[in-house]
Design a protein. Structure first.
Length: 254
């Protein structure tokens, strides 16, 4: 799957519209093709981890090589071709493509993980949209010592289509399936659900820049962390069986 998705701008709707990047800073509706649950870049990242595993210590926390990340982003920004492993990349019709950037094995895990965080951090509307934040933060505030209650409250918010579009929910189910799999490798990667929630919450429940120094926004950081943590720990409760099955098909993690 990942090799056929190497030309990552290809799944974007409205490809003739001018954009600063072929991948980053675009709405999910622009970069998720009809019938898919996640952006092509995310699926390529998943394929990468299918191959190398999720055991790299500090995965999603350690930044990786900044120069390599910048070079990789530059290629992706212009819709270039990335080789995500030993197999040469191919186009949709099977033709060989010439990669401008090649990723190897688990030594590149940190850079690939940061790339995925970057994708979500730069969405113009967060994965969990701004209009859902009040309800999600309120759920965390009211269920500080009740994980099961928080899971039920978060489930209700995420399945309210007036707050969270179905496309965002489907993408979240796949992302959190990946994070659950990452937490399961804690003995090797040292990334617990708590550690993952700390590094992921700011990317998924992003506050407006003009509120970053606001006391309420600072408090919301902790509340957002609790929301992300319960999504990892209570994944089977929050997401429907259909969404979980769809996520498992997409993940195919060993």
């Amino acid at each position: 799957m990942g090799q056929q998705l190497s030309r990552l701008g290809g799944g974007r709707k409205g490809a003739n519209k001018p954009a600063k990047s072929a991948v980053f800073g675009l709405a999910l509706s622009e970069i998720v093709a009809d019938g898919e649950v996640a952006p092509p870049l995310m699926m390529s990242v998943i394929d990468f981890f299918n191959r190398v595993g999720l055991r790299e210590e500090g995965l999603f926390r350690v930044a990786g090589d900044a120069r390599q990340l910048a070079e990789l982003r530059k290629v992706l920004d212009k819709g270039g071709v990335v080789q995500w492993g030993p197999a040469p990349p191919t186009g949709a019709d099977g033709e060989a493509l010439t990669p401008e950037c090649t990723l190897g094995g688990d030594e590149d895990s940190a850079v690939v993980a940061q790339l995925l965080k970057m994708l979500f951090r730069e969405l113009p509307e967060p994965l969990f949209p701004t209009k859902s934040h009040k309800a999600l933060f309120g759920a965390a505030r009211e269920n500080r010592s009740d994980a099961a209650g928080l899971a039920r409250a978060v489930q209700a918010v995420l399945h309210d289509e007036s707050l969270v579009p179905p496309q965002h929910l489907a993408c979240a189910a796949t992302l959190f399936g990946l994070l659950v799999a990452t937490a399961a490798e804690k003995p090797s990667n040292k990334m617990s659900s708590t550690a993952l929630s700390v590094v992921w919450a700011p990317n998924l429940l992003r506050e407006a820049e003009d509120k970053l120094n606001d006391m309420e926004a600072i408090q919301n950081v902790q509340l957002g962390t609790e929301v992300v943590k319960v999504l990892i720990e209570q994944y089977d409760t929050v997401f429907t069986e259909s969404a979980r099955n769809q996520s498992r098909r997409a993940l195919r993690l060993s």
